[in-house]
Ligand binder design. Sequence first.
Ligand SMILES: [Zn+2]
Ligand SMILES: [Zn+2]
Length: 790
Amino acid sequence: MESSSAATVSAGPSPGPAPADLLRRLRARGAADPVTHVERVPARPGVPAPWPSWAPPELRAAFARRGVVAPWQHQAQAATLAYEGEHVVVATGTASGKSLAYQLPALATLLADPRATVLYLAPTKALAADQLRAVAALELEGVRPACYDGDTPRAEREWIRRHSRFVLTNPDMLHHGVLPGHAQWSGFLRRLAYVVIDECHTYRGVFGSHVAHVLRRLRRQCARFGSTPVFVLASATSGDPATAAGRLTGLPVTAVTEDASPRGGVTFALWEPPLLPPDSGPSTPVPPQSTGDHDDLQQVRRSALRETADLLADTVAEGVRTLAFVRSRKGAEVVAANARRALDDAVPGLGGRVAAYRGGYLREERRELERALLHGDLLGLASTNALELGVDLVGLDAVLICGYPGTRASLWQQAGRAGRSGQEALAVLVARDDPLDTYLVHHPEAIFGAPVEATVLDPANPYVLAPQLACAAFEAPLTPADLALFGDGAKEAVDQLVAAGALRQRPTGWYWRHRERPEVDLRGEGGAPVCVVESSTGRLLGTVDGGSSHFLLHSGAVYLHQGVSYVVDDLDLVDGCALVHAEEPDWSTHARDVTDLSVVSVRSYVDAGPVGMFLGEVDVTSQVVSYQRRRIATGEVIDTRPLDLPARELRTVAVWFTLSPQSLTLAGVQPADVPGALHAAEHAAIGLLPLMATCDRWDIGGLSTAVHSDTEAPTVFVYDGHPGGAGFAERAYGTASAWLRATRDAIAECGCESGCPSCVQSPKCGNGNNPLSKPDAIRVLDVVLANLPE
Ligand SMILES: [Zn+2]
Ligand SMILES: [Zn+2]
């Protein structure tokens, strides 16, 4: 939730040192200065606006009681546009008060028209619950706000449908509950005045494409009942929000992007952990990501987790309220555990003021941690980006970002937790040993000089469109007029559904043929979340998303929860549940997978002499086949154990390039070195793709081979890790020369001798980063770039 900044809960004043002094002390610890760049983000004064004349005194008074004396200019502007009936997206920074922009027109309408209703959608139940509290606290008569989600007791549901005029839910509930049961909701939908879509930038990729069609289904039902609601969207700062919101809703949307809320200045440092001496080997006591492959290394940097843990300990010791963002759940646990240990060594008991926080925790645990940080009982919190969607946890004195979060939009959102009006704060980006992170800390203009990315979604993805049309047909027969609503490819998808026997065509339209409704999961590609249960007590420790479960919860995996270590006894894929017991072994576990790929069809290609560049459909089969156990203290591999998990299949979109063997020989790549050259180029290309598209390397996969049976040539494939694709490979194909140029430069500029995780090694390599040839990868990319047209 984002409320008006005046009402935002934020941390109290801090006795800690000024950010510049703090940074000076932090960087003076080691021999070499780890800071590659310092950017001063200046403070900004707020620009208040008068209450719009249409806002009733009753509503102004209610906001005034909550501490909002006047709106900021962007709030008033967006609210007025929406009140006048324009679809609007407000895309401004963290804690800029986006809630007021939709609460104001929605609640004013509810007060003016005693029959009108409002539907509010949040990406998570927790966010909807926060927003419910905010609306309920205004104590407006006759609004009767209520959450309607999977947790709502059956007994309350009917009351909500009949009497609530401000229903808060999520896209999943809209998809599974409200739309299929539209007859029960007819009264509510008939009177629907506003649809509010909060945190709409989270609807990206395949999930976003599904949500886009759920919203089209909602619009179709509203039209059937005679209503045409106004859509009000709230987004984090993003590139071209009007276009993204337009794709999401299928409507013309006006953007409000000028942030008029005040904020404090931030000192933003880019931090590169030092290279460890070659002979010290992988001696870091912090395990890398569970799927990491840091063995066989000649040279490594000090781990970003270790560095972040030390920085967290140092800032907490200075009394500075600090939030550390860590990408993986395991990483957040490890950072908290290490910072606690370091603090306890210095001052026994001080470690208790640091905790870990992540999305899989139960709601009560998360609330308690947030409360403790706001009240200062806790000084340090290590969190996954689950907090990106959390409540107004802002106004912190320092934010540490362990590893580039994948997009500039996320980076700014995380950094935005630091600083409040009238006070300076510190933000530090700690680079991981990764090509993209390394590139960014040495090219600050790519962070501070570039606009934030646009949100990418593709409603035309046939793997999304067809099942969504099936859902729509179940709700009411599809008519030719409906097809325009669902966009390009709808007719084709309907024809396929008819051919497959799912729909029947009649003169009046297309009818769903079955009794049961189609089973479509909006977040489907990863499968349902897997529950982690302690076998001895039956206690639910948390959940892990289905896509990661094979990697994190296989039998024998070491699983960390709140710093406590558990070992998995059994992963039950049928019940979606992993049984664990508490145990603290002195090893970590690292899963490995194998991948196979075949070309289904070529969509587009560029014939560039000895080089070919392709975009097309591929089938990818991957299977987690084994895991390594490694000593935590030394990183030494104890053994590799086989696993018996099913293979997972994926039809998706890939970009690939081929080179003639002759061109490689001419460039000086010996035949024996071709596999290592291609493999190294593949890793680095995957690492740099997030520079071009709103994805991160965990959204993409790759495969390289000296001869592929489908291309009959040396080939590097990079594919979307989502069924049907999510637009990433397509974007890579469209920007191929810029993408591969940045890849080539990142490898060539890396200071290591024969390849390191900052350039050609990958933390998720199924082959243990073997073979890899750094100099030959540069030769391969030079051949491609020399032949490829700009
Ligand atoms: Zn390197
Ligand atoms: Zn690899």
